[in-house]
Design a protein around this ligand. Structure first.
Ligand code: ZN
Length: 243
């Protein structure tokens, strides 16, 4: 039965992306909830990988900000510096790929993809049940995969009641047949939940279950490259903290 890898917030971190892809084994399909680029030093390589996977992919705020589709005023200063660096570093085909991405996409029969939230795919951080309650009525699919917070998390709507499931390493959760879900995939390239390892999310559509696993990668290699490229040190330091 189809096994789908769902990537999120790769953020130009090629070693993290490669580690996730290698550990995932064979997937029938790949989806991506955006922010392929931004912050990290490997924008072209990451775009190439995502394109080679033929991933169904939506645009994140950094993908938009690095390709002239979004004003940089809304970004904090370090994110803006990284967007400006990325805009210069991107090869024409990488820029073209990112410019072609939509803000929301349907994936299969019953799934939608968005970066922030269905309510505001570009900027909203969907962090609470209140936010989830405002987004559930705004999409008709059963499941929406999201990213943006860099913290893996699941919000469920079963009957009238909204619930939160905290995601942990090695978790596998079977979904309720009648439930609807907002599933944050966590971040491949810049986790912010205190675990510095890349976050891998798999949707096993046969069993109707999602799986999360944390994958170690060579953080030092990325930090070295960031220093070489003159990217801001705090962005490099945070990879080590996972915050
Ligand atoms: Zn992001």
């Amino acid at each position: 039965m189809p096994r789908i890898g769902v990537l999120g917030d790769i953020h130009s971190n090629l070693p993290a992306l490669e580690a996730v892809l290698e550990s995932a084994g064979a997937c029938d399909e790949w989806w991506c909830v955006g922010d392929v680029v931004g912050y990290g030093p490997y924008p072209n390589e990451c775009v190439r990988e995502v394109a080679a996977l033929r991933a169904r992919c939506v645009a994140g705020n950094h993908d938009l900000g690095s390709t002239g589709r979004l004003e940089l005023d809304g970004f904090n200063v370090l994110a803006r510096i990284a967007c400006e660096w990325t805009a210069v570093a991107l090869a024409p085909e990488g820029r073209e790929f990112l410019q072609s991405l939509k803000l929301v996409e349907k994936a299969g029969e019953a799934v939608m993809l968005a970066h922030g939230s269905p309510r505001d795919p570009v900027w909203e951080y969907l962090t609470s049940e209140d936010c989830a309650a405002r987004s559930f009525p705004l999409f008709e699919e059963r499941i929406c995969f999201i990213g943006h917070t860099h913290v893996p998390m699941i919000f469920s709507l079963v009957g009238d009641s909204i619930g939160t499931v905290e995601v942990y390493d090695g978790m596998r959760m079977e979904l309720e047949p009648s439930g609807r879900y907002l599933i944050n995939t966590g971040s491949v390239g810049q986790p912010r939940d205190g675990d510095k390892r890349a976050c891998r999310c798999i949707f096993d559509t046969g069993a109707d279950a999602v799986e999360f696993e944390r994958i170690p990668y060579d953080i030092g290699k990325v930090q070295w490259r960031m220093a070489e490229e003159g990217l801001p040190k705090p962005l490099s330091d945070r990879l080590e903290r996972g915050r």
